[in-house]
Design a protein around this ligand. Structure first.
Ligand SMILES: Cc1ncc(COP(=O)(O)O)c(C=O)c1O
Length: 375
């Protein structure tokens, strides 16, 4: 394989081809909203919520303004008190820990498994104290964490589980859907996510009627009826237009998930066969990874990234620093306490991935990777 011959610049995430394939449906969906003019809580909001609840199997879906808002509102529904603790991973996007702090609690970081990069469930119980109220695992890169083990721990200690499914929406775990694997599932419709809109959006899933009602109220400034503010809430609604975009994207979402699984498999086969000094993420039995990011482990990452860039292959790092090394969160954990997260943060590198990546483009990326890791 030689990467040098034709190297048209690749998009890291190809949203243009996706739009080209769905142009008519999305345009029609948007036009309908422009015609009826109900930009806030229009009929598409409920339609999307019903469709997505059915997709995951959860009884309720509450659409919200973003994935961050989804986590925050779910945490607010738990009525956390100052000093309460929520256990999570430090190897995630900042929103996971940020919302715990915003909800008035303290994030307690538990290290990750080095091969899957998800929270190490075997280390959770040792981190539980009298103040622990919830566990917030993240389905990093598109593969959910050990949810059965985590739910069993939560049940033993009377804790809630908030599944951060921002990257794993569409993935399955033992035949069940990500988003419906804890007390709450929270996802993001940020444009680059497996199911994205054309701006910000998110959703909370739960099968608990009381918690669902609390989330619906918190989403609209804590109102249980118009101008009756029963609790403190936020302005957290998702725009009707963005719900219309998600509805348009649902048209081929199953195909996209299938394609992501195929592309992930193809990447893994080609990289393994190439013998390039690149380590692959472990995907555990009885679950899949929808590859929100196709992430691998490499040494001398910056040099490899620079060579890939010269070969027309964009890359990204999810994430260069674990949260317990970020100034905003360092006070919550000793610097050496999560060595696996630190190790992963120094080596992870994400390659182009989207359902519209062609087989030829994928081969080009792998050829370039071989060349770039040769030095
Ligand atoms: C793991 C994780 N949690 C939460 C979020 C927050 O989602 P949003 O960007 O929609 O607020 C993201 C998005 O980047 C994420 O990757």
């Amino acid at each position: 394989m030689n990467a040098r011959h034709e190297a048209p610049a690749l998009d890291f995430i190809d949203l243009k081809s996706q739009y080209a394939a769905l142009r008519q449906t999305i345009n029609e969906r948007i036009q309908r909203v422009l015609d009826h003019g109900q930009y806030i809580m229009g009929p598409e909001v409920q339609e999307m919520e019903q469709r997505l609840a059915a997709c995951t199997g959860a009884r309720h879906c509450i659409s919200v303004a973003s994935g961050t808002e989804a986590l925050l509102i779910a945490l607010m529904a738990l009525d956390l008190k100052p000093g309460d603790e929520v256990i999570t991973t430090p190897f995630t996007f900042a929103a996971t820990a940020e919302t715990i702090v915003l909800a008035g609690a303290r994030p307690v970081f538990v290290d990750i498994e080095p091969d899957s990069c998800n929270i190490d469930a075997t280390k959770i119980e040792a981190a539980i104290t009298r103040k622990t109220k919830a566990i917030m695992p993240v389905g990093l890169y598109g593969q959910v964490a050990d949810m059965d083990e985590i739910n069993a721990i939560a049940q033993r200690h009377g804790l809630a589980v908030i599944e951060d499914a921002a990257q794993s929406f569409g993935a399955t775990y033992k035949g069940r859907k990500s988003g419906n694997l804890g007390t709450f599932g929270c996802t993001s419709f940020f444009p680059s996510k497996p199911l994205g809109c054309y701006g910000d959006g998110g959703a909370i899933f739960t099968s608990d009627d009381t918690l669902a009602q609390a989330c619906r109220e918190i989403r609209v400034h804590g109102q249980s009826a118009r101008y009756t503010h029963t609790r403190v809430g936020v302005g957290g609604r998702m725009d009707t237009l963005q719900c219309a975009v998600v509805l348009g994207k649902l048209e081929r979402f199953d195909w996209e998930i299938e394609r992501r699984l195929q592309l992930g498999q193809r990447y893994r086969e080609l990289i393994t066969r190439s013998g390039a000094p690149v380590h692959l993420l472990t995907v555990r039995p009885e679950r899949d990874c929808v590859w929100a990011q196709f992430t691998v482990f490499v040494k001398e990452r910056e040099a490899v990234q620079a060579r890939l860039k010269a070969l027309g292959v964009p890359t990204a790092v999810h994430y260069p620093k674990p949260l317990h090394h970020q100034p905003a969160y360092a006070e919550h954990c000793c610097a050496e306490c999560c060595p696996e997260s630190q190790h992963a943060a120094a080596r992870v590198m994400s390659l182009p991935m989207s359902a519209d990546l062609t087989d030829a483009q994928l081969q080009h990326v792998v050829s370039a990777l071989v060349e770039a890791t040769r030095g």
